[in-house]
Design a protein around this ligand. Structure first.
Ligand code: ATP
Length: 443
């Protein structure tokens, strides 16, 4: 195994909102957006590490923070043995030459008033490399290398297509001869056919120049062919990391499995099948779920000891509980729909809400517990309604924060192998857990 070129250890980047001087004077509470929330991995020399996840999961923040384009709020990054966040002066300059970024959007990341030549040579000018004639020559060579032609050097960005602009962006990243390039969604804005050409160019250049890549994309299929390993991000955390083929052939985390399920397949047998895409939206990084951050959307939520319901039933009840906890059920409106202004017929209220919330029958014990919770809701006692469900249906996934154990292909899920402290926390949680009797909560 080759040595790591970049080591990221427990990196954290929180953005703070309500943090202006005025906010502080008026006592507004500072709110943290946990964009990157304790991420650790390494990028080995000469490899491509793909990082994938849905929009908003923190990929760009991760890239920008590790390149020190943003100040971290915690953790460290080491580049070839040097602590990146402690570098200054000439050491920092050297880092800026050895590590480059290529950004997502070819339309906005290039200055429209600069020619292709000026864009490509700007990093050389900033670092004082060569005379202006030498820099121009270098830009001409680079244009050739990235599949454009030297005589396009004086053209402006709007004179190029999206794919060509991305090639110019890549030529710029290569100009200073870096060892490491962060590619932040380099092909996302391009048509599929053009994507393949740019991906081939990136792969060819990597082989030719021994480059190390961190390749960011929201689409797993894009990283498959170019990455040696893939890290899957969810809500600011890495939930699974491993060799590319293992991630695709033997995904371990329910989120990775769901992402793979949602990739359209080309062959006809698969085309017609109902693809279960990931339900719901990514929760806000301002208020991430307790325990496992994927649990609110997870199709493999773990049940408490003693409970063994079909997954769909358990999930249905859990979602109903979340609606109650979040105050998403309008009790007044429901009473209106029941048509009982005196609010006396609680059973009619129960039937009405029960029918709206669940489209299938529940086992007797669950029917009893759910009805008891709805009765409390009918009385306007949301707390008791939530507690009734919480007591019987709480999952270890909401109490215990999974971690990534050491190894080549770890995943942060309680269904899989976990670090020792997480295993211990789970054993303690289970030892403390007392299964309540159905429908007879202890309040
Ligand atoms: N400057 C900022 N201030 C406050 N919140 C921010 C800021 N920049 C990003 N965020 C938030 O941090 C989270 C992560 O954003 P980030 O852009 O890193 O995600 P991403 O995975 O790269 O998404 P995309 O693919 O859409 O670019 C999001 O919830 C975003 O709204």
């Amino acid at each position: 195994m080759t040595d790591p070129l970049v080591t990221v250890d427990d990196l954290e980047k929180y953005y703070y909102e309500n943090d202006t001087l005025l906010d502080r004077l008026t006592g507004a509470e500072r709110e943290a957006v946990r964009a990157v929330d304790g991420v650790s991995f390494e990028v080995r020399e000469g490899e491509t590490l793909g990082v994938v996840g849905e929009s908003g999961c923190g990929k760009s923040t991760l890239a920008e923070t590790l390149m020190r384009l943003r100040e971290p709020t915690g953790g460290s990054v080491t580049f070839d043995g040097d602590p990146v966040f402690d570098l200054s002066g000439t050491d920092m300059n050297a880092f800026r030459r050895r590590a480059q970024v290529m950004f997502q959007d070819p339309f906005s990341s290039l200055d429209p008033r600069m020619t292709a030549g000026e864009i490509i040579t700007e990093p050389l000018a900033i670092h004082g490399v060569g005379t202006s004639g030498e820099r121009r020559e270098r830009a001409e060579t680079l244009l050739d290398e990235v599949g454009l032609s030297a005589d396009q050097i004086d053209r402006y960005p709007h004179e190029f297509s999206g794919g060509q602009r991305q090639r110019i962006g890549f030529a710029r990243a290569l100009a200073i001869d870096p060892e490491f390039i962060v590619l932040d969604e380099p092909v996302s804005a391009l048509d599929v056919s053009v994507q393949a050409q740019v991906l081939n160019l990136l792969a060819d250049m990597q082989a030719e120049r021994d480059l190390t890549y961190l390749f960011i994309a929201h689409d797993l299929s894009v990283v498959r062919h170019i990455s040696d390993r893939v890290a899957v991000m969810y809500l600011g955390e890495i939930v699974e990391i491993g060799p590319t083929e293992e991630i695709f052939e033997d995904p371990k985390h329910p989120y990775t499995k769901a992402l793979l399920e949602s990739v359209p397949r080309a062959d006809t047998d698969e085309r017609d099948r109902t693809v279960e895409t990931i339900r719901g939206d990514v929760p806000s990084p301002r208020n991430p779920p307790s325990g496992c951050s994927f649990r609110t959307r997870c199709p493999e939520l773990i049940q408490p000891p003693g409970l063994d319901l079909p997954q769909a039933t358990f999930r249905g009840i859990s979602e109903f509980r979340t609606r109650i906890e979040n105050g998403d059920i309008d009790v007044d409106l429901r009473w209106e729909q029941v048509g009982d202004p005196d609010r006396e017929d609680r059973e009619a209220f129960v039937d009405s809400l029960r029918e709206e919330a669940f489209d299938t029958e529940l086992p007797d014990a669950e029917e009893e517990t759910v009805s008891e919770a709805i009765r409390a809701l009918a009385d306007g006692d949301r707390e008791t309604a939530a507690a009734t469900l919480r007591e019987r249906y709480r999952s270890p996934c909401e109490a215990i924060d999974p971690g990534l154990p050491a190894g080549e292909h770890p995943s942060a899920c309680l269904l899989n192998e976990q670090p020792e402290d997480v295993e211990t926390a789970r054993e303690e949680w289970e030892a403390d857990y007392e299964a309540p009797e159905a429908g007879a909560s202890s309040r």
